[in-house]
Design a protein around this ligand. Structure first.
Ligand code: DGY
Length: 319
C-alpha cells in the first residue's frame, strides 16, 4: 500500500510534481494558513508531512500521529517543530539549509541600508505630498547614518552570517562576529558578544532560535549596544526582546532597526516596534525570491523522497 504524505501548502519548484509517483499526496489548498486543528485532522493516518515554518509540529501532535515516519520542512529554521519528540521516535526531520543563504543576506543588507538611510521614511514623505519648496533639499535633509566604513557586528557566523560579512567587505566595513564556537573566517574578527555589541555601529542577527538563543538580545544586551547603533534581525523574532528594543529606539539610544521577523507572526498591530518611524519592517521575507523559494521546495521534496525510499535525507536535522 502506498504511503500517505500530507503537504501543508501548494509548493513551487519542480520536484513536487514527482512526489505523487512515490506516495499518495494530499496538498492543503487553503485559503490562508492551515489551522492547528486542520493540520491534526489532515495528518491523521499519514506517514509523511511536508510543512512550512507556519505549521507548529508540537510534541502533542507527534504523539497523536503513531504512523508518522518523517517530517520535511520547507525552511532552514526548525523552531516550529518539536525536534526532541521526533528524535525520540527516530523520525527524521528534513530542512533546507544552504539554498537561502545569499537571498537572506541580501534581505539583511537591504534592511540595514533602508533603516540607516531612512529609505521608507523618505518614500512616505514624498507620497504624502510633503516634498514642497518649503520643505526641499537642504544640507541636513533626510540625513541618515553612514554605512560604508562603519563596523558591522554579526551575531552568528554560520553560512548566512558569512554571506553578510562578504557583502560588508564590499562596503569597506570592519566586520566583527560572535559565534558560540568561534570560527576563523578571513576578514572577520572573532569577539565576545558583549564586545561586539559595544563596538558595532550595525548589529545583524544570524543565529537559529533555540533554547540558548531565545531572548539572546535582552534588555541588558541591548543596553550594551553602542549609542546610535542599528539592529537588523532576519533570523527569528524570539531572539530579540522586542519591548526592550522598542524602548531603546524610542529613547534614542539606538538609531534605527530593520526587522524581518517577529516573536509572534503575523505581527500584532499593537507590537511596539510598528509605531516607531525609525524601524523598517518586513513580513518574514528573508528568503523570498521565486528562485530561492523553488530551491527550498525542491530540497524539502528531496528530503521527503529520500525518506520514502528508506534512505537518509540529504538534509536531515536530527542525527
Ligand atoms: C527559514 O527557512 O527558516 C527562513 O526563515 C525562511 O525565510
Amino acid at each position: 500500500m502506498n504511503k500517505r504524505v500530507f503537504v501543508t501548502h501548494q509548493m513551487p519548484g519542480e520536484r513536487i510534481h514527482e512526489l505523487s509517483a512515490h506516495c499518495d499526496v494530499n496538498v492543503w489548498m487553503g485559503p490562508g494558513l492551515l489551522s492547528a486543528t486542520a493540520l491534526r485532522e489532515e495528518l491523521e493516518g499519514c506517514q509523511g508531512l511536508i510543512c512550512l515554518l507556519t505549521d507548529k509540529v508540537s510534541a502533542e501532535l507527534v504523539a497523536a500521529m503513531p504512523e508518522l515516519e518523517f517530517v520535511s520542512s520547507m525552511s532552514v529554521g526548525i523552531d516550529h517543530i518539536d525536534c526532541e519528540a521526533l528524535s525520540a521516535r527516530k523520525i527524521p526531520l528534513g530542512h533546507t539549509p544552504g539554498v537561502l543563504v545569499e537571498t537572506t543576506a541580501d534581505t539583511a543588507f537591504a534592511l540595514m541600508l533602508a533603516a540607516s538611510r531612512r529609505v521608507i521614511e523618505a518614500d512616505h514623505f514624498i507620497r504624502q505630498g510633503n516634498w514642497t519648496p518649503e520643505n526641499a533639499w537642504a544640507p541636513d535633509f533626510f540625513t541618515g547614518k553612514e554605512v560604508s566604513g562603519a563596523t558591522l557586528g554579526i551575531v552568528g557566523l554560520g553560512a548566512i552570517g558569512q554571506a553578510m560579512a562578504r557583502r560588508a567587505a564590499g562596503f569597506g566595513m570592519e566586520v566583527l562576529a560572535w559565534n558560540r564556537s568561534p570560527r576563523d573566517v578571513a576578514g572577520v574578527e572573532s569577539v565576545a558578544l558583549d564586545e561586539l555589541l559595544a563596538r558595532s555601529d550595525f548589529v545583524s542577527v544570524h543565529v537559529a532560535l533555540a533554547g540558548e538563543t531565545r531572548k539572546l538580545l535582552d534588555a541588558e544586551k541591548i543596553g550594551m549596544m553602542k549609542s546610535g547603533a542599528v539592529l537588523v534581525n532576519t533570523a527569528r523574532g524570539g531572539i530579540v526582546d522586542e519591548e526592550a528594543l522598542a524602548d531603546a529606539l524610542r529613547a534614542g539610544d539606538l538609531y534605527a532597526a530593520g526587522i524581518d521577523v517577529f516573536e509572534s507572526e503575523p505581527v500584532q498591530a499593537e507590537n511596539p516596534l510598528l509605531s516607531l518611524p525609525n524601524v523598517v519592517v518586513a513580513p518574514h521575507i528573508g528568503s523570498a525570491t521565486m528562485t530561492t523559494r523553488a530551491r527550498m521546495a525542491d530540497l524539502a521534496v528531496d528530503n521527503a523522497l529520500a525518506a520514502l525510499a528508506g534512505e537518509r535525507m540529504p538534509h536531515c536535522f536530527n542525527p
